[in-house]
Design a protein around this ligand. Structure first.
Ligand code: NAP
Length: 286
């Protein structure tokens, strides 16, 4: 049996089409949603992510402001810009592309963003609100995963959910969302003993590891829902293509539902960034 695909690209398009009316309604009231994206340095992957975010904003009729600094910029310069954007009524969302160069303390930069403009949901106040089950901004990647589960009619109440990865960006907020939805949640990391014993219990398995084809068919329970967050570039000798953390070709014969890479979680992440920015503008316009 071959698993059903969870099509993130199609869902992203559907959601973005729905955003248009919300953006138009805000604009009619003089509140065009605005997102500021700060990039420090020239990390090639970060440059692509920032370009995609800015383009998605503009395609959605929203305002975007891209602010780029050289890699040797002093943290004070970026903090001063964040303070300026915090006070700018035309900007509803502020995002600092991670990772930052070594001279930065990432946490203090994220904490400098006004919580009501923190559309990445990384500010401690927003993380706390999510942990309490009363989120204001949900981090975009796990938010996108939840939307895909909802779209595919997956009821999480009482399900065994296993998340592999405990990063602040994906694993931890993912686990909190699954807990809030009533799942029984296990979070694994690089020190977890007998990882497969955990993954094989999962009705819903979320892989956010960053290792190509790490989840093999023998690690998956038949009929499971498998969410592949990983984005890995294979070496040139292996085709140089993008691939996920899941051995898709083998796992699709075991799982009931599976996300492809590319075309799964990836397109949902930027979509949820747009959703958070519109939400921020709607709250501001109230
Ligand atoms: P990360 O910060 O590097 O975290 C990776 C996590 O995987 C860590 O918690 C690590 O454990 C765990 N891990 C590593 N090796 C493991 C092993 N052998 N067994 C079990 N756990 C292991 O990465 P991230 O930022 O969360 O991203 C994860 C992946 O998602 C990457 O491929 C990234 O490119 C992708 N990503 C995709 C999107 C999207 O839009 N689709 C968005 C963000 C990230 P320790 O904590 O013990 O080190």
């Amino acid at each position: 049996m071959s698993a059903q695909l969870m099509d993130g690209k199609a869902l992203a398009e559907e959601l973005r089409a729905g955003f248009k009316a919300r953006v138009a309604a805000l604009e009619a009231r003089g509140h065009r949603p605005g997102l500021a994206v700060i990039l420090v340095g020239e990390d090639p992957a970060s440059m692509v992510y920032v370009r995609n975010k800015v383009n998605a904003c503009e395609a959605g009729g929203m305002l975007s402001r891209k602010i780029v600094y050289p890699a040797d910029t002093a943290p004070e310069t970026v903090l001063a810009k964040i303070a300026e954007l915090n006070a700018d009524p035309g900007i509803h969302g502020i995002l600092v592309q991670l990772p930052l160069p070594r001279q930065f303390d990432e946490e203090s930069v994220l904490e400098a963003i006004a919580p009501e403009k923190d559309v990445d949901g990384f500010h401690a106040e927003n993380v706390g609100a999510l942990a309490q089950g009363n989120p204001r901004f949900i981090p975009c990647t796990p938010y996108g995963v939840m939307k895909m589960l909802e779209k595919n009619g997956i009821d999480l109440m009482g399900k065994e959910a296993v998340v592999i990865g405990r990063s602040n960006i994906v694993g931890k907020p993912m686990a909190l969302l699954l807990i809030n939805a009533g799942a029984t949640v296990t979070v694994c990391n690089s020190k977890t003993k007998d990882l497969a014993a955990h993954t094989r219990r999962a009705d819903v398995l979320v892989a956010a590891v960053g290792k190509p084809r790490f989840i093999t068919a023998d690690m998956v329970k038949p009929g499971a829902v498998v969410i592949d967050v990983g984005i890995n570039r294979l070496p040139p000798e292996d085709g140089g293509k993008l691939c996920g953390d899941v051995d898709f070709a083998a796992v699709k014969d075991i799982a009931a539902l599976i996300t492809p890479v590319p075309g799964g979680v990836g397109p949902m992440t930027i979509t949820m960034l747009l959703a958070n920015t519109i939400e921020a503008a709607e709250r501001e316009a109230k």
